[in-house]
Design a protein around this ligand. Sequence first.
Ligand code: MLT
Length: 411
Amino acid sequence: MARVNDHYLELKSSYLFSDIARRIEAFAAANPGARLIRLGIGDVTRPLPPVVIRALHDAADELGRAETFKGYGPETGYAFLAEQIAAHDYAARGIKMAPDEIFISDGAKSDSANIQEIFAPDCVVALTDPVYPVYVDSNVMAGRAGKANQTGRYDRLVYLPCTEANGFNPALPDRPVDLIYLCYPNNPTGAVMSRERLTEWVEYARRHQAVILYDAAYEAYVRDPEVPRSVFEIEGAREVAIEFKSFSKTAGFTGTRCAFAVVPKELKGRSAAGDSVSIHSLWFRRQSTKFNGVPYVIQKAAAAVYTPDGQKQVRESIDFYMDNARIIKDGLTSIGLTVYGGENAPYLWAKTPGGLDSWQFFDKLLNEAHVVGTPGAGFGPSGEGYLRLTAFGHRPDTVEAIERIKTRLKL
Ligand code: MLT
């Protein structure tokens, strides 16, 4: 019998969103008449922008003609897309980024899960608590996290609590760490990190020769011009950071799948022998071995996002979701709940009322209002006492969810 990877046995029994899906299924089976409104998983609801649909059709037609047919593409993505990303996401904001430092992929989820593979098993990993569960689980699978204790924390991970008291911005680690996962605008708390604070993190990483794994999947939701939208806006970050970005939450690609990781050539790690090693080369090697690239039609669709019409249509969607965020925040605040986030991020982080824990409030919302949220405790122990709602719903659903919460919730 083949031995399994024992590290998988250290994982919590299931992925958070699968767990929630099962509870919802059970509720729906027991309450067939109830119309559920789902503001739980951060999945978009608006259709793809018209320029993206046009590009998909055109690219599909190209594949149907012998003279424009494409087989395998470059593993790290087509230059036509990487060049647009370098120009719009970086050069336009005064950041130097070469197209070949951009690795096109099928998702920030897979990139942020896979990146740990190129680092040593004994690297010390620091991550925020609460946190996007993928960062934790991918390190558990790799054997880098150790054993979970009763509070659900793994003994080899360094947790950086993000609480109301610190404005959901963690303190610097109190011991040396090698890899630091940061996600801002934050999933799940909806908090942002100031330029000053991010500068402190970059300086910390430089001092300790650590690598920051910066998940900027929600940067398009930043409205405050003072808030950084990329870690590379910070001087010195090219030597210490990798950034993940995605078309999912920006242009509605959660089902279409296109994202990218940015790995500057200056970023170095070290081998067991103490030699300096290019992280860019290792990631290139990893991707070219295990990944065959994002489909041509999808990359063409992503490139269309950077046309003037594409930019306008994407902006409209983001504004739409941010109006949802305002509706949710105003509604919940009006019934006396304390709500964070939702101003530079599509997530709202509501404090549970009346001493309820996260899962109790999740159940209450489900049973009394037939609204689905995500229990904060599912993102880590410091998420206890919170519930996350997303602004990605349909407008009528969002309005109705808030109306139901206001009128049906027995607080
Ligand atoms: C979430 O709800 O946290 C998101 O759907 C995460 C993701 O993009 O995978």
